[in-house]
Write a protein that binds this ligand. Sequence first.
Ligand code: SME
Length: 152
Amino acid sequence: MLNAEKLTDELLQMTDAQPDLIVQRAVQRIHEQGARYDWVGIYLLSGDLLVLHSYLGLATDLTRIRVGEGVCGMAVAEGRDMNVPDVEAVDYYLACSAETRSEIVVLIRHDERILGVIDIDSDTPAAFGEDDERELRRIADTLGELLGPRLR
Ligand code: SME
């Protein structure tokens, strides 16, 4: 079970670290905390593109996703987190791996500005519950707080 507390504490001690390192650390820690988290990535928003910054899991061609496309781009366009229990039921879903069955996308924001998303794919159907949503939101909020002032 993902527990945000230890990770947010660790991230909050990285106030002097480069943003790249903070993003990489978050991906690494999330990936190692949950067996269901087969692919963990963070995309950062640049104009109307989500650009893959760091990930762990199978390599993907989806390194750039336009706002409004895929679950990630739709989350940004609609300004809300998305928990997709069955990716095959979503017509705008973009496949990163044929094994993926469910996906969760959580917005990273600073104040009202969207900085990017945490994107997690699972090979398990309906892998993510309310606990994941809540813990990932805490992590995303901490990332937003740390990265916001430095990503201008
Ligand atoms: N499934 C995502 C694309 C990124 S991969 O999961 C790595 C989407 O639909 O936006």
